[in-house]
Design a protein around this ligand. Structure first.
Ligand SMILES: NC(=O)c1ccc[n+]([C@@H]2O[C@H](COP(=O)([O-])OP(=O)(O)OC[C@H]3O[C@@H](n4cnc5c(N)ncnc54)[C@H](O)[C@@H]3O)[C@@H](O)[C@H]2O)c1
Length: 340
């Protein structure tokens, strides 16, 4: 029997990863450890096999709670838990340092104490900052670390602690750096679900700046399959970029959503740009494609259609996660920008 310790498994990517992993291995038991912050939702785990998936509510900064939940000799730790929204990190960075940096360090200590087989750190292309605005500019694994937002800085710092744990204590670690994910169950503060949700309600679609910022989009299931590939075949100490060769301008993404839903482009409302907004992210996934034989399977048109259909069929999910704290954040962050 294989065992995984997954943190942040009630969030967007973590909950998909848990599904993909349970499907990939018959003899797998997962301890899913999540603090259930505003971004974590037990609804995301509905329908999972209780015998093979054990949910534990806990904070990765609480060492004793992690030790209590992590099985001795666990085969792998997958660290998805994070404060993940750039705009929130601009408002206040402290929670990002706590969870993303201190939390990762505590997990590394616990993994060592429990004799974990491999530590997989889920990182982001944002640690490499921004690329020049040229269609032939891409991040490789050798691009310099140059984070520009507090979120990206905290993820970059976490990567350094992972590296240090390997060099100092010999822990078997790998790091994955992925671009922007889209798919089912993504919290509606992020670009694609925010735009789908607003378009469905005929509300303005707030688009930062000139809308020409480029993000490299990947369907969440492809990302999760790539992480499993890195866990299984990746070389210890290596970093792997994960991408679907799909860089798009934000305006292209938003227009695609409106066209799919048959809504007018007049719903788009340009708003004051995000502070320090990176212009271009684009990933060169050659290493993972050639060394590990992984390739993204889901194209943009197919993935976007599936995603939109999911949100259309799950309006109650959107309504439940958009209540309370999220509503306050949205008002605070966007209301004055849209009014301009
Ligand atoms: N979303 C993306 O496009 C993207 C791209 C590349 C990398 N990543 C990384 O993937 C990971 C998951 O991202 P996501 O989009 O699913 O995020 P998310 O915000 O949807 O989920 C984060 C999860 O972590 C949990 N969490 C937060 N703080 C915690 C703590 N202190 N202890 C335990 N659990 C805690 C939350 O409850 C939530 O369930 C993050 O590490 C993020 O940096 C995300």
């Amino acid at each position: 029997m294989k065992s995984f310790f997954v943190t942040g498994g009630a969030g967007f990517i973590g909950s998909e990863f848990v599904r993909v992993a349970l499907k990939s291995y018959e003899n797998l038991k997962i301890v899913d450890f999540d603090a259930l912050t505003y971004a974590g939702n037990l609804e995301n785990l509905r329908g999972l096999d209780d015998a093979r998936h054990i949910f534990v509510k806990g904070d990765i900064c609480d060492k004793q709670a992690v030790l209590d939940a992590m099985p001795e000799g666990v085969d792998a730790v997958f660290n998805f838990a994070a404060e993940s929204h750039v705009d929130r990190s601009i408002e206040s960075a402290n929670e990002f340092v706590e969870t993303n940096v201190l939390g990762t360090q505590i997990l590394l200590d616990c993994a060592r104490e429990r004799g974990a087989g491999r530590f997989v750190q889920i990182s982001t292309d944002e640690v490499m900052g921004t690329l020049p605005e040229r269609d032939d500019a891409f991040f490789t694994e050798d691009s310099p670390i140059a984070p520009n937002s507090p979120y990206a800085a905290s993820k970059a710092a976490a990567e350094q602690f992972v590296r240090a744990a390997r060099e100092t204590f010999g822990i078997d670690t790998v790091v994955t750096r992925c671009g922007n994910n889209y798919g089912f169950r993504q919290f509606p503060e992020k670009l694609i679900p925010l735009m789908i949700s607003n378009a469905l309600n005929d509300e303005p679609l707030p688009l930062y700046g000139d809308g020409r910022n480029v993000r490299d989009w990947i369907f969440v299931t492809d990302h999760c399959e790539a992480i499993l590939e890195v866990y299984e075949k990746g070389s210890s100490g290596e970093t792997y970029n994960i991408g679907a060769r799909n860089p798009l301008r934000n305006i292209e993404v938003v227009s695609g959503i409106l066209d799919h839903l048959g809504k007018p482009h007049s719903l788009i409302k340009p708003v004051e740009d995000r502070l320090g907004h990176d212009r271009r992210y684009a990933i060169d996934p050659t290493r993972i494609e050639t060394e590990l034989g992984w390739k993204a399977r889901i194209g943009w048109e197919e993935g976007l259609a599936k995603t939109i259909e999911w949100y259309v069929s799950n309006e109650d999910w959107i309504a439940s996660v958009k209540s309370g704290e999220y509503q306050e954040f949205y008002e605070r962050y966007y209301s004055h920008r849209i009014a301009q």
